[in-house]
Design a binder for this molecule. Structure first.
Ligand code: KE4
Length: 436
């Protein structure tokens, strides 16, 4: 039974959790793994303290190695829209485990997943499966350059498209969390092919196109930004990108690694009724296993090897286990369209309890409480947030059994496994946060 905030007597100062084993494991991990983690944002550098080593999870809850239980609003950074260990995914995996884990050859399941993606995502006519969102974005960019014969890319400050060399320019997510200027190790010649502009600033995009439009291969954008915290597109912004890319012969790439199947079955492009030329997907389509994809118009996708001259490959691309988890997840969302209404209601309820003095951005079941008055419409504005206050808030919740993303510059997620009790327990924990 969840001993959460609802069980803590009113006014209980806080329940400093015992995290001795997490501390011991973290000390050990830091000897063998850079920063003690396999992805920077997990290290709690944005909020301080010891990252919790997770032992198991179920539904909307995770359990750390010290036996502490938390309501989980990270959801593995977005993939787990059905929550942890959803019955449909676990049963599907159990049914195929005996058949083998990887064949390095085509399988029927990959065709089934491709058909599910194409059926759901309006602009996608053909799709290539890869292993991570980074790979999907890197490949989509190479394809855009190969298709247009141009070299430059427009991206937006605070948006993150994985650790693609040329896109680690004014990126969000871990780069923002660690306040890194950008990253070491990327040759200037790479980053010079990228034009980084303020999100939601169409005038700056038009100027860039007027100045060097014949060199710009693509505009890549998170249609709803999640990697500077949740920042929605202002009315007309996405439509403007569509019009300008058409006008100047560049491709529009929607990076829907986070928003794909999150905001609707057709992602942000269905929600905002915009058809990009290419779409990248990840997270949810793998159902918690490593799987991502890029896809778009047939005339473009047919340029990808072996059909065309743009090379891209992967040993474990379309891995049978990951594809099985993805199919089970997408089939569930197809058969239960009411899931999106439920997510909308629960997340609206959650964000209605945001602490006073914070600016709340939400689209569907992704949200961020910015510790500032707001508004937050781009990265410069997001960076005005009081990250120390966010850190105090994060730990206040953690000590009460509520696990928010450990960074002001990340989006939180609600899953179909979250319950009204989870939301009410979370609201109670938030209500006890001392407003300074
Ligand atoms: P991966 O390579 O991490 O699978 O995907 C990269 C990526 C691409 N595009 C978008 C819009 C993304 O949000 C991501 C990855 N998101 C971060 C969280 N904001 C992953 C968490 C992490 O880096 O550990």
């Amino acid at each position: 039974m969840f001993l959460g905030v609802c069980e803590i007597p009113v006014g209980f100062p806080s329940r400093k959790m015992n995290c001795a084993l997490s501390q011991e494991l973290f000390a050990r991990a830091q000897k063998y793994i850079p920063g003690g983690v396999n992805s920077p944002v997990r290290a709690f550098r944005g909020v301080g303290g010891t990252p919790r080593f997770i032992a198991r999870a179920d539904g909307s809850h995770i359990f750390d190695v010290d036996g502490n239980e938390y309501i989980d609003y990270v959801c593995s950074w977005g993939p787990l829209i059905l929550g942890h260990r959803p019955k449909s995914v676990i049963e599907a995996l159990a049914s195929v485990l005996e058949l083998g884990t990887s064949f390095g050859a085509p399988t029927a399941r990959e065709v089934e997943l491709a058909e599910l993606i194409i059926d759901a995502v309006p602009s996608v006519e053909m799709v290539r499966l890869v292993n991570s969102g980074t790979e999907a974005c890197m490949s989509a960019l190479r394809l855009a350059r190969g298709f247009t014969g141009r070299d430059l890319t427009i991206k937006f400050e605070g948006c993150y498209h994985g650790h693609v060399d040329s896109l680690l320019v004014k990126a969000g997510s871990g780069i923002a969390t660690l306040s890194l200027p950008d990253t070491a190790g990327v040759p200037k010649s790479f980053s010079e092919t990228t034009i980084a502009l303020p999100f939601n600033d169409l005038d700056r995009v038009e100027t860039a196109f007027r100045e060097q439009g014949d060199r710009i291969a693509a505009v890549i954008v998170e249609p709803v930004a999640g990697n500077m915290g949740c920042v929605p597109p202002e009315p007309g912004f996405l439509e403007g990108l569509r019009q300008l890319t058409h006008q100047f012969g560049a491709l529009l790439i929607f990076d829907e690694v986070m928003t794909g199947f999150r905001l609707s079955r057709g992602g942000a492009q269905q929600l905002y009724n915009i058809n990009p030329d290419l779409t990248t997907l990840g997270k949810i389509i793998g159902g918690g296993l490593p799987l991502a994809a890029y896809g778009g118009r047939t005339e473009i996708m047919k340029k990808v090897a072996p059909a065309g001259p743009v090379y891209q490959a992967g040993t474990l691309s379309g891995n049978p286990l990951a594809v099985t988890a993805g199919i089970a997840t997408l089939l569930y969302l197809e058969e239960h369209p009411e899931t999106y209404d439920t997510l909308e209601k629960l997340t609206t309820q959650l964000t209605s309890h945001a602490p006073q003095g914070t600016c709340v951005n939400r689209v569907g079941s992704m949200y961020t409480f910015f510790f500032q008055e707001g508004p937050v419409g781009n990265y410069e504005q997001a960076k005005r947030s009081d990250t120390n206050a966010f850190g105090r808030f994060f730990h206040h919740l953690l000590d009460r059994g509520v696990y928010f993303p450990p960074s002001q510059f990340e989006a939180g997620f609600v899953s179909a496994a979250h319950t009204l009790e989870d939301i009410l327990c979370t609201a109670k924990a938030i209500s006890e946060f001392p407003v300074e």
